[in-house]
Unconditional design. Structure first.
Length: 98
């Protein structure tokens, strides 16, 4: 998959050092993956949640690190929209990349 949104991940990892290693591993896995459906993605990430608009939220570090994405399975693209700590309110989640 092509992964876009590195700056969001890098900024989040800088602020949350416990997520740095798991986020780096997640990036490698996403870039190596070839998912054609949400069902395929969820075989690897069983806690991933989807919505009708193509959004997928990955629970990278249980009870700590979540990453919101848009996934286009046809084109093989994952776009990171935001990342936040689970204890952090969604209202205070980092803004989406422009």
């Amino acid at each position: 998959m092509l992964l876009y949104g590195y700056p969001i991940l890098d900024d989040f990892a800088t602020r949350h050092s416990k997520c740095c290693g798991p986020l780096a591993a997640w990036r490698v896995e996403v870039e190596d993956a070839v998912w054609t459906s949400f069902a395929e993605l969820q075989r690897r990430y069983v806690t991933a949640a989807s919505n009708d608009g193509g959004g997928v939220v990955f629970n990278i570090v249980p009870d700590l690190c979540l990453v919101a994405t848009k996934v286009n399975f046809v084109r093989g693209i994952v776009v990171v929209e935001s990342a936040w700590a689970k204890r952090q309110s969604l209202r205070h989640a980092p803004r989406k990349a422009a």
